[in-house]
Write a protein that binds this ligand. Sequence first.
Ligand code: UDP
Length: 478
Amino acid sequence: EPASARPRVLLLCSPCMGHLIPFAELARRLVADHGLAATLLFAAARSPPSEQYLAVAASVPEGVDLVALPAPEAPDELLASASVRDRVVRAVASSVPLVRDIARSVAATVPLAALVVDMVGAPARVVAEELGAPCYMFFTSPWMLLSLFLHLPAIDATRASEHRDAAEPIRLPGCVPIHTHDLPSSMLVDRSSETYASFVAMAKDAGTTPHGILVNTFPELEPAVGNAADGVKLPPVHAVGPLLLTRPISMDQDHYCLSWLDQQPRGSVVYVSFGSGGTLTWQQTTQLALGLELSQHRFIWAIKRPDQETPSGAFFGTSRHGDEDAALDFLPEGFMERTAAVGLVLQQPWSPQAAILGHASVGCFVTHCGWNSMLEGVFHGVPMVAWPLYAEQKMNAATMEAHAGAAIRANVRDGRLVSKEEVAAVIRRVMEGDEADRMRRRLGELRDKATHALSKDGCSACTLAQLTRRWKSTADSK
Ligand code: UDP
């Protein structure tokens, strides 16, 4: 069948790097392995989108059509005061008319195989409905969070108090118990608040996804994927992960940190990164710097300017700071000089993370526990220090530590300051001694399982094959 006649899947992705990366990989696989055509529509929260956002988008391989949706128009003041989530939600909701136009013009020439949206894409469902195509959600966080969403209406109905006052953890089938202090911050606010209402609305959207939910995980990592508590009915859930950035993007090419890594001994380097948006306070940045130094291990630190107000101060590639951004004046005095022989501080807004984690010299990953980052750690077999900052990251940390044995948590509970001694100690636990050996072995096993899940006979690849066969036969019968 000529590629131009293939049924086409439309994927609509919200403006977060953590969504765009797995969406791009899903689109690539649909085209390369499953005989479909794909159009990836990526929404922007601001115009022009950041350089790294465009670079990731541009790395989408040939065969996947890419459409950049314009950012919603909004006065700067409004953008500055809106939360990350509000901006993401607005960007997607405002793109629906354009998504409709694109979907119609696709459907005029080839069958529309499916519309795939992310967890804020519910407003676009009507487009699939109008055109009689199935609509799926691709959930880019772990099953544990999806399970929390899908069970939230039932949990809400039985809890009288605020979630933050609950003494008992939330127990979801097959998941580690979720302690109150590990719940996403949007659940710890007053249940009468708007923030909570929009969290519950997102959870309900997940539960009412018309045809099913694809989730970026694999059964060996989260064996309970798809399990429901008694009396709770779930939409069909399909584990298709880990879908990750596997090929370098243009910004990664010939990055000097990769040749620096070539010079370092195997497994000797600690890679520190808090994702595309994560930030620490000044005090915490100082303690982290001194702790790295104290640990006496080699390191690569993808550094961001500190932010006193929010742990996600660098989202959308915007910084609330001006020209002083370029200066490293916030680091402890003499730090750069003292660590010059063993450490590399990366100041660019984007580090070639997948290539770094895939490098044999890297032995530990200090991560903010964004799910993509954790999956990349697993995929490359790198033991992790879990340092959750926002969103559902504390839950991700808990499951990676207690359930998968792939990480050790730094004690960041309630935003407390992690001292330099603690930083050094937790890095040593991951890098040295028996516990570190056990973790390395465990990560080796997980890496093999992750690779297998994606291979031709692996469970994730087979799940996707089954699903796409169904899409194609339904599309062809129209
Ligand atoms: N990433 C990267 N270089 C950076 C920052 C992030 O390559 O400097 C990639 C990282 O590999 C991951 C994604 O961006 O694939 C971030 O997603 P994640 O879910 O870990 O965190 P988020 O940034 O969405 O909080």
